[in-house]
Ligand binder design. Structure first.
Ligand SMILES: NC(=O)c1ccc[n+]([C@@H]2O[C@H](COP(=O)([O-])OP(=O)(O)OC[C@H]3O[C@@H](n4cnc5c(N)ncnc54)[C@H](OP(=O)(O)O)[C@@H]3O)[C@@H](O)[C@H]2O)c1
Length: 251
């Protein structure tokens, strides 16, 4: 069960090697989270992530999970929830893709969409039902500021995040009043392996800053969290910029 400050004692990370998710897990372990499930594609990196969190004092288990195999989601998540209550599900998997390359090879673009959107629809609905059956818990969804308005430079990724974001908002409304809370997190540019090959964007931030914002959002019971917070105003302005001007902006 969550403690009196609304912070979780048990969590399930979908995308168990995500740098943002692991920074969040470290922070929540420091705040007394005791049980962590890392769900992800089996790899040495997943095992190493589990060892590192275990060294911080948590009981950590890994489970095989592939966003691209939605037919398996019910069984995988069912196995985790059958072992005990989960206070927080962190939906953290995602791929950036390579926009120029993916535009030329539509099947690669489809893989971005299937991972970030349809994979999340399946995993999100499955997690939501399990949390609802349990009667409490939070689903935290790593969306992205990129989904607020798709740019020429990354509209395949951006559109997948727009879909994910709209889905997660609707799911939050569907679960309102049930005891299950959905929080949509919209980071801007975060320095992780996902962005390692890209030049830093304005207002670039860190996985630790996202983790801090997630903790604050949980304490407040927020529905939407921007990281950094200033992005909310920036993206509101960009969202309302006329197309003819927007497409000329160097962003
Ligand atoms: N970094 C940023 O600038 C930024 C900004 C806004 C939002 N976000 C979002 O934040 C989330 C975490 O990103 P991150 O920066 O922490 O990147 P990351 O370290 O590259 O993490 C991405 C995670 O997605 C997992 N994944 C990819 N495809 C998968 C699949 N088919 N099945 C299961 N897991 C899969 C990866 O697992 P493997 O180890 O198996 O590859 C990894 O755990 C993503 O949804 C991302 O879109 C990131």
């Amino acid at each position: 069960m969550k403690d009196a400050t609304a912070l979780p004692q048990s969590l399930l990370v979908l995308g168990g090697t995500s740098e943002i998710a692991l920074a969040t897990a470290r922070r929540l372990i420091a705040r007394r989270a005791r049980t962590v499930w890392l769900a992800g594609r089996p790899s040495p990196a997943l095992d190493q992530a589990a060892e590192q969190l275990h060294a911080l004092g948590a009981e950590v288990r890994t489970v095989a999970f592939d966003a691209l195999d939605p037919e398996s989601h019910e069984e995988v998540l069912g196995k985790v929830f059958a072992e005990g209550d989960i206070d927080l599900v962190l939906l953290a998997f995602g791929i950036l893709g390579d926009q120029a390359h993916d535009e030329r090879e539509p099947l690669r673009a489809v893989r971005v969409a299937q991972t970030n959107y349809t994979g999340a629809v399946s995993a999100g609905l499955t997690a939501a039902r399990a949390l609802q059956t349990q009667g409490h818990g939070s689903l935290v969804v790593l969306s992205a500021a990129a989904g607020e308005r798709a740019r020429r430079a990354d509209f395949i990724y951006g559109s997948s995040k727009a879909g994910l974001d709209a889905f997660a908002q609707g799911l939050g409304d569907a679960l309102y009043g049930t005891g299950v809370h959905v929080m949509v997190v919209r980071p801007g540019f975060v320095r992780t392996r996902m962005t390692a090959d890209l030049p830093a964007a304005p207002l670039a931030t860190t996985p630790e800053a996202v983790a801090t914002a997630v903790e604050l959002g949980l304490r407040r019971g927020s529905e939407t969290v921007w990281v950094p917070g200033a992005l909310r105003l920036v993206m509101t302005a960009l969202r309302h910029t006329p197309r003819a001007l927007f497409r000329r902006l160097p962003i």
